[in-house]
Write a protein of this length. Structure first.
Length: 268
């Protein structure tokens, strides 16, 4: 079973969790941090090589969670142009294209291997989507997408994999292709999510920023940090809240706290 609540208060740590996080102060060396930044693409490519298309479940929850995909239409069968920034192997993209025949999707990913998996998917059709490899922090989206042409940008579990110092570059890049009055739909890891509490000491890169054993990195967002990040690039905040879930494994009597940020920011 699981329960879910939404709102503006962050998860409160247990005394044991707070103590463990307080002790974990040692940061990964600067030399290793620079190496991780330089090898970020290689590490994600290896991740997809190991896991192929089997790691993430298809995200059929997206349309349920983001009613905006339906709500942002001015009339029922209006054709929407969306961009999935950081599409991985298409776990979110293909369920969406199946579910909604009036969508044209641009999709891009950092990993060339992930892009190849998308192109090999039986559901891939160049009439309905255009997929391309892109480093959102430096490759100009305007090379593949016309300015002010996208109705909805989906940024789902992507920004957390990028160095906090470079996140603003992603938002600046996306801003150029988004139509005025249209939105970025965001979902990503929130502060004190179970994944954050599971990192062993020696994994910390900075405040709320960690490295996994495979070299991929993950940032855990606070509502304030995300809000400032978007507003600094000219977006207006529509919704920005924590989603807290507790998944209960009754067999092992385990309670797993999941914390995400689910948000919507608009280009004026």
């Amino acid at each position: 079973g699981a329960f879910q609540k939404k709102g503006h208060s962050a998860r409160i740590l247990s005394p044991e969790e707070a103590e463990r996080l307080a002790k974990d102060r040692v940061l990964v060396s600067e030399f290793k941090q620079l190496k991780l930044e330089k090898e970020a693409q290689k590490n994600w490519d290896l991740f997809y090589k190991r896991n192929s298309t089997n790691f993430f479940k298809d995200r059929h929850w997206t349309t349920r969670e983001f009613q905006e995909l339906k709500a942002c239409r001015e009339f029922a069968d209006q054709k929407l142009t969306i961009l999935e920034a950081g599409c991985g192997v298409g776990n979110c993209l293909f369920p969406l294209l199946e579910d909604d025949l009036n969508i044209f999707a641009y999709a891009c990913d950092f990993s060339p291997r992930a892009v190849e998996y998308v192109k090999k998917n039986a559901l891939y059709s160049t009439e309905r989507c255009k997929v391309f490899q892109c480093d959102l922090t430096k490759d100009d989206l305007l090379q593949n997408i016309p300015a002010d042409s996208v109705d909805v940008v989906m940024l789902i579990f992507v920004l957390s994999a990028i160095h906090p110092d470079k996140m603003h570059l992603v938002l600046k890049n996306i801003y150029k292709v988004l139509k005025p009055g249209k939105c970025v739909l965001f979902r990503d890891y929130g502060l004190y999510d179970h994944a954050m509490l599971r990192f062993k000491s020696g994994s910390k890169l900075g405040e709320n920023f960690y490295v996994r054993q495979d070299g991929t990195r993950s940032y855990f967002f606070t509502e304030e940090f995300l809000s400032q990040l978007f507003k600094a690039e000219g977006y207006e905040q529509v919704v920005n809240e924590y989603v807290q879930r507790e998944t209960v494994n009754r067999k092992e009597d385990l309670r797993v706290p999941r914390v995400f940020l689910q948000s919507k920011f608009q280009k004026p």
